[in-house]
Each structure stands twice: as structure tokens, then as C-alpha cells.
Design a protein around this ligand. Structure first.
Ligand SMILES: *Cc1c(COP(=O)(O)O)cnc(C)c1O
Length: 361
């Protein structure tokens, strides 16, 4: 491993997956050409596509009454697709905002498509740390759906509980925590995720949606965002990102081989506890998120003395620890330790954090 890459996304892909893709790049399964060179309609690619979907269904235990759509347009595209598919002109939807990405989704709906009701669901506790206020996650009777983001990539906040919202469909953005732990798909009306955080290269977006919610899109919803169209054409209404789809399939195989989401959860708990326990013990560093709500995959922290930020990043880089700079809206530091990051990477980071603190205390 040449570097430990803590980028929030696009981000590290398992070295085994990278190596397999490299090996097959010019000659896929003896066909004398690469996956990126074939038509998406050829049986060779259709097999790749179907296998990826089957593996995702298996890994997440997705029931048959859910469609799995492979799309483009990113998380941002789905911020529009959700209201365009689910929110009637005269309806309204509840948005449970816990950080940057759920706020972006709320704004997309409120500013362009209709009546989005904002619920601020993060407050500061007595220690001045951010904490999720689940009591704010109440649906308004008659809502077409309730929306939340299970893992706030920028803020480092993860939801480990789901609100009880009865029959109102719960729509979740899982761009950064997909496949990091087992979840019960049947609790959701739809799950959306961009692949570039935990699964594959950028340019692939997946929607997992209960079939009875499909087919109600607004008339002017672009066909390419209309889940009914994508479902009907099996995600091949236009040319899909064949390379990212193929890479996602390789990642799903990798996850299956190592034991699935339960094993990944175990690893992600181990990695994140190692990092947070160190940060909590050391006055040189601060975590702004309360313990119970800390993301297992995006660890956001600050140096107590922020004047040292640039120096910190330079020295980290010299130690092959890269991508630690926090998101521009928040500053500080962020270590993204997704599925592909092995515990050795986190151990290396902790060793550096310790040395840097000692050298500057
Ligand atoms: C990165 C991210 C997005 C934005 O995804 P794009 O594919 O860049 O549009 C949305 N939601 C979450 C939780 C993210 O981490």
C-alpha cells in the first residue's frame, strides 16, 4: 500500500478490487476486449449487470417487492428525483435535517418542487457537542414521505435509530454508509446512494425503491429521473456507467467473500472506536459530535489549536496519510474510514496523531 487514503469520496477502493479490475481491464474473461469497450446491451455486459444487482440484493436482503435501479446523476440528482417521483403538486413532505446533505436535499425540494417541511434534528448538548434530537423526527399527518440522511458525511453524524413514522414512506440517503452495517430495507420506502463513497468509482447512483411507490412521477419529471422509466428499461433507458456498474459488482463480491455487512459492521466499529477513543483521551484533539451519534465512517475532529492545521496536513502527507482535510463548509479534519480502509490504516493514523500531539504540546 503506497498511501493511506482518507478521502471522503471518491475514496479508497479495496486493493483486491483494484487489482482484479486492472487484470481484466484489457481482456475481460478472454473476450479480447475490456468491459468499458462493450455495448451495455451485449449479453456479456448484461451478465455483469445482473450479477451486480443480484449480489446487492443478497448482501442487503432486498425483498422482491423492491426495485433496484442503477443510474447516473449522483446523490444530487436523487435530491430532485425524490420529490419529482413522490411528491404530488399539492402534497408536502417532511425533511429531517441532521447536517449538510439532508439540508441540501431539503433545499432542492423546497426551492424547486414544492412544500418541504423543515425539521431541525441536531442540537448542542451540555458539553457543546452536536447531538441528534430524535424527538424532532415527527411526521406531519398527510405527508407524502419523510426524508433523512442516515450518515452525514460532512458533519460526521450517523443515525443509529430510525423514527417511528407509521405508514409514511421513509426515504433515506445512504451515500456514505451503504453496506457498512446490516439494515432492514423493509423499513424504507426508498434508499438512494451514490457509489463513490463505499462501493465504486464516481458516476453510479443506486435507488432501491418499493415498487408500489413507482409510477407516480410528475408529468414534467425528466424521463431519466423517472423511476418507472428506469424500472421498465432495467436501468438501460440510456447508456449506463458500465465501468462503475462493473466495479460495483467486484466490490459486492469482495464484501460477500469477507462475510457480508455483519462482518463489515464489526470492522467498522473496531476501526472507529480505535480512532475516537484516542481522540477523546487526548486534549490536543476535539470531537464536536456527541459519542452516541458519531459516524463510524466519517470521523470529524479538530485540533485544539487550529493554527496548526496546515502543518498537521503537511506532516500527515509526508507520512503517506492523505485526504484528512475537513469539508470546506466545516473546516477542521475528517478521516473517512469506509469499508475499504483496513485497520492498519487507522493504526497508522493514530500513531501519527500521537506523535504530532507530542511534538506540539
Ligand atoms: C457525497 C454525498 C452526496 C452527494 O453526492 P453526489 O453524487 O456528489 O451528488 C449526497 N449525500 C451524501 C450523504 C453524500 O455523502
Amino acid at each position: 500500500m503506497s498511501v493511506w487514503n482518507f478521502s471522503a469520496g471518491p475514496s479508497m477502493i479495496p486493493p483486491e478490487v483494484m487489482a482484479q479490475a486492472q487484470q481484466e481491464f484489457c481482456d475481460f474473461h478472454g473476450l479480447g476486449m475490456g468491459v468499458v469497450e462493450m455495448s451495455h446491451r451485449w449479453p456479456e455486459f448484461m451478465a455483469v449487470a445482473q450479477e451486480a444487482e443480484a449480489l446487492l440484493r443478497e448482501l442487503m436482503n432486498i425483498p422482491d417487492n423492491y426495485a433496484v435501479l442503477f443510474e447516473q446523476g449522483g446523490g444530487r440528482g436523487q435530491f430532485a428525483a425524490v420529490p419529482l417521483n413522490l411528491l404530488p403538486e399539492d402534497g408536502f413532505a417532511d425533511y429531517f435535517v441532521t447536517g449538510h446533505w439532508s439540508r441540501c436535499a431539503y433545499k432542492e425540494c423546497a426551492e424547486r418542487y414544492g412544500d418541504a417541511r423543515l425539521h431541525e434534528c441536531v442540537v448542542k448538548d451540555d458539553n457543546g457537542q452536536y447531538v441528534v434530537d430524535y424527538s424532532q423526527m415527527q411526521v406531519t399527518p398527510g405527508a407524502s414521505y419523510a426524508y433523512l440522511c442516515l450518515n452525514e458525511t460532512v458533519n460526521g453524524i450517523e443515525l443509529f435509530k430510525l423514527p417511528e413514522i407509521g405508514d409514511v414512506p421513509l426515504i433515506a440517503d445512504m451515500s456514505s454508509d451503504i453496506l457498512t452495517r446490516p439494515i432492514d430495507v423493509t423499513k424504507f420506502g426508498a434508499i438512494i446512494f451514490g457509489a463513490q463513497k463505499n462501493v465504486a468509482p464516481a458516476g453510479l447512483t443506486v435507488t432501491i425503491v418499493r415498487k408500489d411507490l413507482i409510477g407516480k412521477a410528475r408529468k414534467y419529471c425528466p424521463s431519466i429521473l423517472d423511476w418507472a422509466v428506469l424500472d421498465k428499461y432495467e436501468s438501460m433507458y440510456n447508456t449506463p456507467n458500465t465501468f462503475a456498474w462493473y466495479m460495483a459488482g467486484l466490490a459486492f463480491q469482495w464484501i460477500k467473500a469477507l462475510g457480508g455487512t455483519a462482518e463489515l459492521e464489526r470492522r467498522n466499529i473496531e476501526k472507529s472506536e480505535l480512532l475516537y477513543n484516542f481522540l477523546d483521551q487526548h486534549p490536543f484533539y476535539r470531537c464536536q459530535v456527541a459519542k452516541a451519534d458519531r459516524s463510524r465512517v466519517n470521523c470529524v475532529f479538530n485540533l485544539a489549536n487550529e493554527d496548526l492545521n496546515a502543518e498537521f496536513l503537511t506532516q500527515a502527507k509526508a507520512r503517506n496519510l492523505i485526504g484528512l482535510k475537513g469539508h470546506k463548509v466545516l473546516g477542521g479534519m475528517r478521516a473517512s474510514i469506509y469499508n475499504a480502509m483496513p485497520i492498519e490504516g487507522v493504526r497508522n493514523l493514530v500513531a501519527f496523531l500521537e506523535e504530532f500531539a507530542q511534538a506540539h504540546s
